[in-house]
Design a protein around this ligand. Structure first.
Ligand code: IDP
Ligand code: MG
Length: 157
């Protein structure tokens, strides 16, 4: 099944939202393939946000990602990249729909509580960026047959 990366950002850690965020993904039926706490050093921030390095807000973004350790999770499920982006909501939390994580937990365009990979291609790169192969776990969920239909189980194997 497809894998994606989420980061529970320092602002969510500071605000005590980790459990609520993790619960949302668990209740949805996404499986945790990996989870770890780490500090994003300068190199990791530069690499992860290279597409934003020339934007005026980059120094603020960098400081916000280094305000404390964060939690990286690799989530797995059918069409996990798109599903998780829908659950996370728009970048600017004030425009994110109620019911989404950013829409429910944040007022900010910068301090928007979570990162989520935006394409299958980027998810592969980002998972490699944050996890060593031995930190990811492949295991059977006992309830997969209740979470997915028969056709889906074959299609998204
Ligand atoms: P995404 O997180 O929804 O994928 P990106 O455009 O990849 O959005 O931006 C990465 C992060 O940079 C955002 O989550 C947010 O923290 C920050 N950011 C993006 N645009 C702005 C902005 O206009 N002002 C301040 N921070 C921004
Ligand atoms: Mg992005």
């Amino acid at each position: 099944m497809e894998k994606t990366l989420i980061l529970i950002k320092p602002n969510a850690i500071q605000r005590g939202l980790t459990g609520d965020i993790i619960t949302r993904f668990e209740r949805k039926g996404l499986r945790f393939a990996g989870i770890k706490m780490l500090f994003m050093d300068d190199e990791l921030v530069a690499e992860h946000y290279s597409h934003l390095k020339d934007r005026p807000f980059f120094p603020y973004l960098k400081a916000s990602m280094q305000a404390s350790p964060l939690i990286a999770c690799c989530l797995e499920g059918a069409e996990a990249v798109e599903t998780v982006r829908l659950m996370v909501g728009a970048t600017n939390s004030r425009k994110a729909l109620p019911g989404t994580i950013r829409g429910d937990f944040s007022m900010s365009g910068e301090q928007n509580v979570v990162h989520a990979s935006d394409s299958v291609e980027n998810a592969l790169v980002e998972i490699n960026r944050f996890f060593k192969p031995e930190e990811l776990f492949d295991y059977q969920s006992a309830v997969t047959c209740f979470e997915y239909g028969g056709e889906e189980t074959l299609k998204f194997k």
